[in-house]
Design a protein around this ligand. Sequence first.
Ligand SMILES: Cc1cc2nc3c(=O)[nH]c(=O)nc-3n(C[C@H](O)[C@H](O)[C@H](O)COP(=O)(O)OP(=O)(O)OC[C@H]3O[C@@H](n4cnc5c(N)ncnc54)[C@H](O)[C@@H]3O)c2cc1C
Length: 301
Amino acid sequence: MGAGIAGLLLGSRLFSDVILFDRRRVFGKKCTGIISRHTFERLGVSKEYIDAPFDTIKISVGKDSVFIKTNIIRLNREKLERDLAENLKVLHPTSVNLINEHCVGTNVESFCGKVILATGWQGRARWVKAIEEEKEPINEDFISVFLDKRNPAGFSWIVPLGDRTLVGAISYSDPRLFVPHIDKRRIGIHGGIIPRVKPKKVTLGYIGDSTGLIKTFTGGGIFSIARLLEPVQNWLVYDKDYSSELKLLSKEVSRQYLMTSILEKTWDISLKSIKLLKDRTFHINNEFDLHSLLFKRLFSN
Ligand SMILES: Cc1cc2nc3c(=O)[nH]c(=O)nc-3n(C[C@H](O)[C@H](O)[C@H](O)COP(=O)(O)OP(=O)(O)OC[C@H]3O[C@@H](n4cnc5c(N)ncnc54)[C@H](O)[C@@H]3O)c2cc1C
């Protein structure tokens, strides 16, 4: 159920008799698409879907900045989703309901087999709003992130790509207030809402945001998709249990949830602490995905 990036990637690894259902008419969701190189490699897709590599993120609080040296890429997920959908049997626009563990149904028909839920998050969460503008290109080769004391636990960004620039913000309030200004013509705009989920017991048979295993602060969901693709595939084909991988991910996201809650409550002080680190450069690797390690890295140096 669901032919977003999670359903499509999993479907492309499975048998020819897999059927995906999606209520959308058009495939190819727009999002910032920033993921670690490691996450990209786990997706197992061609390098043609890398729009741009980045090795620097500049994080600014007012006039003060710290620099993150890392290895990340911008995924062209719009094209990836469109290409995957073309080569799979996707019934759409078709809304389906879960009838029982083994069957899904439309208004007129039911389909039985092994059911995987890739429907996006459907439970309770603290939702943050996101908005992103596509503007004409700028001549920069690093990602800028801005933290603002008026936007607790939110942030805004500028991502320069070859053919355009992504300029956006997430916030509990109105994200439009925090979108950085660049003096370039707007080509497009899109948005969405991002769930901040405290993981509960995660069961087998889910992939993507439907698991709730989403990086709490940034809303990045592609990281857990990459981690779960092979385990879910092995579960479907060989009945191999992957509870231990789920537990690991759940533990990490629980830590991120706790840390984000603390950040929300101590936002002013946290920003002042970042200012104390101004002009410093930090090298981060797996901390890009495992944020719980990131905070340790920043403040233990
Ligand atoms: C502005 C923005 C920027 C983002 N940037 C990043 C980023 O830089 N890096 C990152 O890792 N993540 C990012 N994300 C998060 C990322 O987009 C999600 O983690 C990702 O889309 C999750 O994929 P999914 O396939 O699980 O869910 P979705 O993409 O939500 O797909 C679920 C699909 O299921 C379908 N569906 C649901 N219910 C039914 C039903 N009953 N019947 C039929 N179809 C159904 C929906 O139509 C949908 O197509 C961003 C999100 C936003 C909004």
